[in-house]
Write a protein that binds this ligand. Structure first.
Ligand code: NAD
Length: 368
């Protein structure tokens, strides 16, 4: 990346309002190399930079340079979802203890959603909560996981079962980091981009449709526009409902099916965004089966996701009963009833309580 380009490109800024606090989100190329634009928001002498084994060799030096002058240490997690565990949190707590980090410490996450979720949980619980900053490096983390303050780790029994709400002080999305993201990971992030259009903004879904080739070819400004639009959507929803007592659940469109698919396939076959892509199509088909929506929007959504290189059908051999079993564990369920995010049409998602397992089984068993 040339300094020239970094200097020339403007960054975008969005503020997530949470009561009296605001969390600035900066989006743009070259931000990691321009720490003077954001590092004033870093508080505390001790900084633990949490990253993973893929991201560390690419961007840890730049992040460490931005943290110059503080007592900073780097904690490197083995990359991948199987490492979003309490055992890795324990290693991070030990790193904080070794550096004698006090309550004014700051945890900085440099990486994708796995790093962000785990580092956020460490920040939420070290000395009952210290400052947290997100430096997302995947598209999925830039459009979704770094914004909104949900943190968590997995147990063998299910995903994200142990966690806390803990808002970052700042999110800095340096879009230059997307240049090294593997193709499949980029596409998985695009599934979450589609989610925002599908749940609440039909015009944005049309925009994604029209810009699919530019998004796939990583056209920098198109990606920045998409990230900004997603962050604005998420910021608006989180500002209304930080703790997910209402509307925030809409952000889970496709996720109840998606999490069940991930669990049933051992978190190893599909990426999170890929499972969400299939999940959104299943939610749209179930909406049609229940008479809430027509068939055409589901077909159009599947077509768009397929054009973005995402899977839209269940992996072969997955037993619908196994999936429904995992869906019963979903955190949105109340009193043992399935609560799902379905839609009336593109851009019109809604929360539906008490969905019959028989309808879900029948939809899962029907040919697509
Ligand atoms: N907290 C939330 O609100 C929220 C929302 C959505 C998803 N999530 C969580 O996010 C996680 C998925 O996040 P993800 O898709 O970012 O996965 P990830 O963190 O595993 O990153 C994907 C892969 O890309 C690598 N990588 C990251 N940045 C890179 C870069 N710039 N160049 C090259 N390689 C890079 C990583 O090392 C990893 O191998 C899941 O655990 C999911 O539950 C959380």
């Amino acid at each position: 990346m040339s300094t020239e380009r970094a200097r020339a490109a403007p960054s975008r800024r969005i503020d997530v309002a949470l009561g009296e606090r605001t969390c600035p989100i900066l989006i743009g190329p070259g931000l990691l190399r321009r720490p003077h634009e954001w590092c004033d928001a870093l508080r505390g002498r001790h900084v633990l930079l949490v990253t993973d084994s893929h991201v560390a060799p690419l961007y840890a030096d730049a992040a460490c340079a931005a943290l110059a002058g503080r007592d900073a240490r780097t904690f490197v997690l083995p990359a991948g979802e199987p490492n979003k565990t309490l055992a890795e949190c324990a290693r991070a707590f030990e790193a904080l203890a070794d550096m004698k980090a006090s309550r004014d410490a700051c945890v900085v996450a440099l990486g994708g959603g796995v790093v962000g979720d785990l580092a956020g949980f460490v920040a939420a619980t070290w000395m009952r909560g210290v400052n947290f900053v997100q430096l997302p490096t995947t598209l999925l983390a830039m459009v979704d996981s770094s914004v909104g303050g949900k943190t968590a780790v997995n147990l063998a029994q299910g995903k994200n079962l142990v966690g806390a709400f803990h808002q970052p002080r700042l999110v800095v999305a340096d879009t230059d980091t997307l240049a090294t993201l593997p193709e499949r990971e980029l596409r998985a992030g695009l599934a979450e981009v589609v989610k925002y259009g599908a749940l609440g903004d039909a015009a944005f879904l049309d925009w994604i449709d029209a810009h699919a080739p530019a998004l796939l070819s990583r056209h920098p400004d198109t990606l920045s526009q998409a990230i900004e639009a997603c962050c604005r959507h998420k910021a608006a929803i989180v500002a209304r409902d930080e703790r997910e007592t209402g509307d925030r659940a809409l952000l889970n469109l496709g996720h109840t099916f998606g999490h069940a698919i991930e669990a049933a396939t051992g978190y190893s076959t599909l990426l999170h965004g890929e499972a969400v892509a299939i999940g959104m199509v299943l939610a749209a088909r179930l909406s049609a089966r229940l008479g809430l929506a027509g068939n055409a929007p589901a077909a159009r959504l599947a077509d768009l996701l397929a054009r973005l290189g995402l899977p839209v059908a269940l992996p072969a051999g997955l037993d619908p009963r196994t999936l429904v079993g995992y869906m019963r564990l979903d955190k949105k369920n109340a009193s043992g009833r399935l609560r799902l995010i379905l839609w009336r049409d593109a851009g019109q998602a809604m929360i539906v309580d008490d969905v019959g397992e028989g309808d879900v089984m029948a939809m899962l068993s029907a040919p697509a």
